[in-house]
Design a protein around this ligand. Structure first.
Ligand SMILES: [Zn+2]
Length: 221
């Protein structure tokens, strides 16, 4: 183990963890965030919809919070700081607001991650959320409904038109997944321009999906 990782691990044995929102020391009954940040998170949550188009159909993207500084810190920790356990908090937030929508015969699907990126990060945050939301709702979930064949540069720093071109044709719907005639709901952490979700929807509609929607934690513009 490198010395820095060793020291970090050793420190975390003795120091109480810090709130990911305000960096206050957490009480024994608090996890990830302190009570004040938790109340802020829940108090600011809502149900809102952004509407996109894909292959001539509406693509409704439901989200439960704006990308506030607190939400940004949580999602950044979840995605980039090796804290997959945050899926607990984020999936509960999503479920508590969207359980009325997440019913029936929907099939939940994550946004796919290329194998090389998956090896680097160790987990696909979209798949973790999807799996947890499936557990909470009882809705069917398959991790391989969509496949990412080619590795694409990160979308984060690209302009919108470049994002679309960056992804075009690189996401595919799995021909072996039960997509035809189904309402597929993509679960992810953040919607920004919507380009990734639109590309997912196009691929699924091309394979015969009846409808595609998405549920994400936060909307960032
Ligand atoms: Zn806090």
């Amino acid at each position: 183990m490198p010395i820095v990782s060793f020291l970090k691990a050793a420190c975390s044995l003795f120091l109480p963890p810090l709130c990911l929102g305000c960096e206050k020391h957490l009480e024994m009954d608090e996890k990830w965030v302190c009570k004040t940040c938790f109340l802020e998170l829940v108090g600011n949550s809502t149900v809102a919809i952004r509407l996109f188009r894909a292959s001539g159909q509406d693509l409704q993207v439901r989200y439960v919070t704006e990308y506030t500084p607190l939400v940004a810190r949580l999602i950044t920790s979840f995605k980039y700081c090796d804290r997959p356990g945050l899926v607990e908090l984020l999936s509960l937030l999503l479920f508590s607001r969207l359980k009325g929508f997440l019913t029936g015969n929907m099939l939940l699907a994550p946004v796919p991650m290329h194998a090389a990126k998956l090896r680097e990060r160790g987990y696909n945050q979209s798949e973790l959320l999807c799996s947890r939301v499936s557990g909470l709702t009882g809705l069917a979930f398959r991790p391989d409904v969509l496949i990412k064949r080619a590795q694409t540069p990160s979308q984060v720093k690209l302009e919108r038109h470049r994002r679309v071109r960056n992804l075009h044709g690189k996401l595919e719907a799995n021909p072996h997944a039960p997509i035809e005639g189904r309402h597929i709901v993509i679960i992810d952490d953040v919607v920004t321009t919507g380009a990734t979700l639109q590309e997912c929807a196009r691929a699924l509609l091309a394979r015969g999906a009846r409808k595609v929607s998405a549920c994400v934690v936060a909307s960032s513009l």
